[in-house]
Design a protein around this ligand. Structure first.
Ligand SMILES: [Mg+2]
Length: 214
């Protein structure tokens, strides 16, 4: 069976990069006289200056080893992505500085070892535009509107909460990993198949046990 190609963004689409950034910031700046603890849930500026005002260049943290030591996949991301490999040909597509991409590739290999296809884009200033990747006849999921708008993907979906960097996106959305899974299954197989295959926390627990057993 030919599986439909699915291209997934990485930062804040499958891993919680904003949370890791805030944790790095809190460790790095805790002794600064003007320090106030960064709360990742409050971030609504793409450059994170609202929660981390002392950090003048956010790319420094995103390109650090500490960032990749602290960053975690979103809840259920590993299980859901592994389950999706049965239905889709999965590609991860991420933009970063050369140092960020080097560290990210190692992180992906360790955290999502079943992912075989990665499309890294090295871009010194991390301009959010993935239009150099031909996404025709593919599904594309990203948390940043400029990436979605500039892509020629056949089906596009915005991941995560409504934030300043994606509020102008009026198309499809998914709120978390389980929502992403169920919407993707519905898109490729239709509602009837979804009704028989819907993924919820109970099924995910069984699926997780299967992974551990095998
Ligand atoms: Mg992203």
């Amino acid at each position: 069976m030919n599986k439909m190609p699915l291209i997934l963004d990485v930062d804040d689409s499958i891993i919680n990069s904003t949370q890791s950034f805030a944790e790095c910031y809190n460790l790095l700046y805790k002794n600064h006289t003007d320090f106030a603890e960064a709360d990742w849930t409050k971030c609504n500026k793409y450059d994170l200056s609202d929660i981390a005002p002392l950090q003048t260049d956010p790319l420094e943290i995103f390109s650090s080893k500490l960032f990749f030591e602290l960053v975690k996949p979103f809840p259920n991301a590993v299980e859901v992505l592994e389950a999706l490999t049965k239905h889709f040909d999965i590609y991860l597509c991420s933009i970063g500085t050369s140092q960020n991409i080097k560290l990210k590739l190692d992180y992906i290999e360790k955290t999502f070892p079943f992912i075989e296809n990665i499309l890294p884009i090295v871009n010194k200033h991390c301009i959010m535009n993935k239009s150099m990747i031909n996404m025709e006849n593919k599904i594309f999921i990203d948390n940043v509107a400029s990436n979605l708008f500039s892509s020629n993907a056949s089906i596009k979906m915005c991941y995560g909460e409504v934030k300043s960097w994606n509020e102008e996106w009026k198309g499809r959305r998914c709120s978390d990993m389980l929502d992403m899974y169920n919407k993707l299954i519905c898109i490729v197989h239709g509602q009837n198949r979804l009704d028989n295959n819907i993924l919820n926390h109970n099924i995910l627990a069984t699926f997780h046990n299967d992974i551990i057993i095998k």
